[in-house]
Design a protein. Sequence first.
Length: 259
Amino acid sequence: MSREQVLKWLNETGFPLEMAAAAAFRRAGFDVQQSATYVDPQSQKGREIDVLASDPDLIGFIDLSVVVECKSSSKPWVVLTSNDAIAGYNCLRTRAVMSERVFDALISHKRTVKDLEVDQYLHPGGRGGYGLRQAFAKDVDPGYGAAMSVVSACKGIISVTPAGGWPTLMASIPMIVIDAPLFECELQPDGSLKVVEVESSEFLFSAHIPEKTASIVRVVHRSRLEAAAKWARSVVDALRKDLKPKEDEFFASMSNRKE
């Protein structure tokens, strides 16, 4: 086999997309692992993540990350949207897959969502996506599988028991990166379908893994990778600021015990 044949084979796989995603998140300041593993919360078996981008933290009390599922295909993707897709959902809970400790910490000290740094990155209730489909797919739709995979990975990551038994604050943002065209589809008042090509979109995905877990999943075209990584950087920076009071409170209590 020649070098050209190997290169041709590589370009026909999903590896170049995974490499591009990893590089973009490294440039955004994340610690990146490719082909990282986690324990699936349903099967309790080891699974693989395309890209795991972790927010660097020497202390380790706040553990924030982004799980990236890369889907390389020639077939377009479609996010199904409606005006009330996210109505009734707690917007704070859907920005990331988070532990109960994180949610409690965010709303502690009598704060409201509007008081949080992360509020500017939350999806407002109402219009949004409710599903991802791959156009022209046969049999099992890859959209559902991609969503389940990335949200399950986030759930598996935040379910890890921290070393030393610390009440670690853990949250993970699910993201799907594609290299085929992306469209949003919405039903119009007259019953017709409106289809618009976009570079990024979001949809709400929920599943029982094993308890009900819901999160907004961000879908990004390869052309927007740099912007997506910077957006994720801003979200985790905001979350870290919002969680810092709980971190300070914990270490203050540890110091008082020693005294």
